[in-house]
Design a protein around this ligand. Sequence first.
Ligand code: CA
Length: 234
Amino acid sequence: MSAVAQRILIVEDEAPILTGLETLFRHHGYEVVTARDGREALERWTAGTFDLVVLDVMLPVLGGFEVLSQMRGSGDATPVLILTARGAETDVVEGLERGADDYVTKPFGVHELAARVKGLLRRIPRSAEAPARLRVGPVDLDLDGLTAGAGDLRVELTAREGALVEFLLVRRHRAVGRDELLVGVWGYRDGRIETRTVDVHVQKLRRKLASLPGGDGWIATVRGRGYRFAAEVV
Ligand code: CA
């Protein structure tokens, strides 16, 4: 265990689940702060510094999506794992669109949740193989500043999107599978994790990049294999 414990904010209104999560993460050596509704979550979040937020979507007073939007709207890039209800597919997509890094569907297994939390807390280092600034066709890509632009057009990338672009770009001679992306970009080590996170993130990223010249061709789908960085890098 590191000298300074990593801090997790858990936002959950169902007492048994909150208690269970609190116990689980304390057991794993994390420092845990809890909130029981959306307003309390924002108060805690504003007052402290966190390495990760576990955020239930269905919350009283202020919903989880609103909390997430306010966090991301302020420019905060803290990893967020949302808890969604079974069968609420649209919640998964909306949560990831609003900037969540991943989701877990209730009811969830504690081992799976712990594996994801551990992964999201792992800092993915910048690759030594990719320079911080490079040109993709006519677009200037800044992997440190997390922006891509050409002329007056500019898009901002989230930390996870930047890592995703970089991971594919470094391996652009081949297709990269979803499993490999979950390990390399999300930090997951447990190969049993199944999630649509990669696909939803890629879709969102493609829509952003499509506003840039040639941007719609950056990430190609390789049927049965995964994704490949398909644009010319200068
Ligand atoms: Ca709830």
